[in-house]
Design a protein around this ligand. Structure first.
Ligand code: ADP
Ligand code: MG
Ligand code: ZN
Length: 504
């Protein structure tokens, strides 16, 4: 098959995502009082409602509805003041009622969007003529959101004895109803995505938003966030959309990207050899790196959708919506922008921190202590030194960032100090002084050492002047030794370079 970038020169990919997120932040299920947990023994969190006993009546979970309204507001959706629950019928053991309670044509949240900034490698998948690209090759893409609706999760089935846990070839199937009835929101995008990278960025951006709202743990591995990808191709310049396939089992960002890339190339091959793409559901096999047919697409008619007579139409008051709006914290885009503009944090670092609520909390608390001028160094510490440690508090992060900013310790030493204070309340500065690690930044003292080392290193100085820049490392080492390990290599490097330049 041809490579993706080649294919995308001739064909335009049209991609839409359907993203399910379990509202794991809720204490109880969508229509009953059963607890939500990923860890309890199978079939222990169940009751007549979520087991679908005849006559059991559902009661909607207001906390879950608060979560979906916050999700809608955070993604620029219109919040529908009146919407309804529907029954979607199907026969399968993972839903004992034989129907899933979901929403009809009008969902709680309609017609929103998220903006993607596509930069660097990710921007290369999109041919230049289809996006307005900035000088650095990056571009902005606004991705429409059709709707976000409320529904309930099905039970979890475990197929034993087959390959990759699939039902084909399995000898038995086990079922756990703990998950059945967990509140689930489904977001459906417009078919506005054009490359696998855009799809991945959308999913990442959405996950960051949900995490900031605190509505879910968004674990792709545990399945609390799941994505289906729909994709079709059309000739460049064509307006009508082609037949699409729907991809399942995209349970990592890499799987999402790779499955779409594979499928785009596969469809191109089918179309280029005169065939037609069949509308079907396909399964991504990560180990074999291909998609295979699961089933030909069922239509909505097959589900016999109708309004659930057990649930009255749902009316949201203005007060309720405003209460939800008030609960929305600063979102990742706004945070990133603030870190960059007000605190001069580099783009990449601002991106990483703003997207992770736990890192962002630690970062902001540490900046509050270390001062805004130290913010770029605090960001550096939070990204490069904090991971790999169990528990560091903001005071420790602030203190080590200040020591680094003053060149009082090297990065390697900072890591060593954090290893020592990790899990304690110890002050890194005290450890540095106690162990005599503090490096002299006294310019006169360092300069004297530099002059002394240069005076006795004629050979190396000559080599340097002849263009051999590698001897600089040797000279820094000599200075460090002369300083008894208390000098700062960065400072020596700078002083040596300055002096050597004057000798040229
Ligand atoms: P279905 O009824 O097959 O589930 P929907 O109309 O509900 O299809 O759309 C499901 C998803 O597929 C949405 O994200 C939508 O944007 C996307 N989609 C719809 N038509 C196409 C197409 N021709 N090519 C790619 N994606 C599409
Ligand atoms: Mg669908
Ligand atoms: Zn229950």
């Amino acid at each position: 098959m041809r490579a993706l970038r080649q294919v995308l020169k001739d064909w335009e990919a049209v991609i839409g995502l359907e993203i399910h997120t379990e509202l794991t932040a809720c204490d109880t299920k969508m229509f009953c009082g059963c607890r939500i947990s990923h860890d309890d023994a199978p079939n222990t969190n169940v009751c007549p409602v979520c087991l679908g006993m005849p006559g059991a009546l559902p009661v909607p979970n207001v906390e879950a509805i608060r979560c979906i309204v916050m999700a809608g507001l955070a993604t620029n959706c219109t919040i529908q003041r009146r919407s309804m629950f529907y029954r979607k019928h199907y026969f399968y053991p993972d839903m004992a009622k034989n129907y899933q309670t979901t929403q009809g044509p009008v969902a709680f949240c309609m017609h929103g969007h998220l903006d993607l900034r596509v930069a660097g490698e990710a921007a290369l998948e999109r041919p230049d003529d289809t996006a307005q690209k900035a000088d650095d090759g990056s571009y902005l893409a606004r991705i429409g959101i059709l709707r976000i609706h409320m529904e309930e999760d099905a039970a979890k089935m475990v197929h034993v004895g087959g390959a990759e846990g699939r039902i084909g070839g399995a000898t038995e199937s086990l079922i756990d109803y703990n998950r059945c009835g967990t509140p689930l929101i489904e977001l459906v995008t417009q078919p506005d995505l054009r490359t696998p990278e855009e799809a991945r960025l959308f999913m990442e951006g959405l996950r960051q938003t949900w995490l900031a709202l605190g509505i879910s743990d968004c674990s792709l591995e545990q399945g609390s966030m799941r994505c289906d990808g729909n994709v079709s191709l059309r000739r460049r310049g064509e307006v009508c959309m082609g037949a699409k396939t729907e991809l399942k089992n995209l349970n990592s960002f890499k799987a999402l990207h790779d499955a779409l890339a594979y499928e785009i190339c596969r469809q191109a091959e089918v179309l280029e050899s005169g065939g037609t793409v069949r509308q079907e559901t396909r399964h991504w096999e990560p180990t074999r790196r291909r998609t295979t047919v699961m089933r030909v697409k069922e239509t909505n008619d097959d589900y016999r959708f109708f309004p659930d007579p057990d649930l009255a139409p749902f009316d949201l008051s203005d007060e309720f919506v405003e209460e939800c709006r008030a609960r929305i914290p600063e979102l990742p885009d706004a945070k990133r922008e603030r870190y960059q503009r007000q605190w001069s944090v580099p783009t990449y670092d601002a991106d990483r921190i703003a997207g992770d609520p736990a890192l962002a909390r630690l970062f902001e608390a540490a900046v509050a202590r270390a001062g805004v001028a130290a913010a770029p160094m605090v960001a550096n510490v939070v990204i490069n030194l904090v991971p790999g440690h169990e528990r560091l508090n903001e005071a420790q992060v602030a203190s080590i960032a200040q020591l680094l900013a003053q060149d009082a310790v090297t990065f390697a030493q900072a890591r060593e100090v954090l290893d020592v204070v990790d899990g304690t309340d110890d002050d890194p500065e005290r450890v540095v002084d106690e162990r005599g690690m503090r490096q002299s930044t006294d310019a006169d003292a360092l300069d004297a050492i530099v002059r002394e080392v240069l005076a006795r290193s004629e050979d190396q100085v000559r080599q340097y002047c002849e263009g051999n820049r590698k001897v600089l490392g040797y000279l820094v080492g000599q200075c460090m030794r002369a300083a008894g390990g208390s000098g700062n290599p960065k400072a020596f490097n700078r002083l040596l370079s300055e002096r050597l330049e004057t000798l040229q």
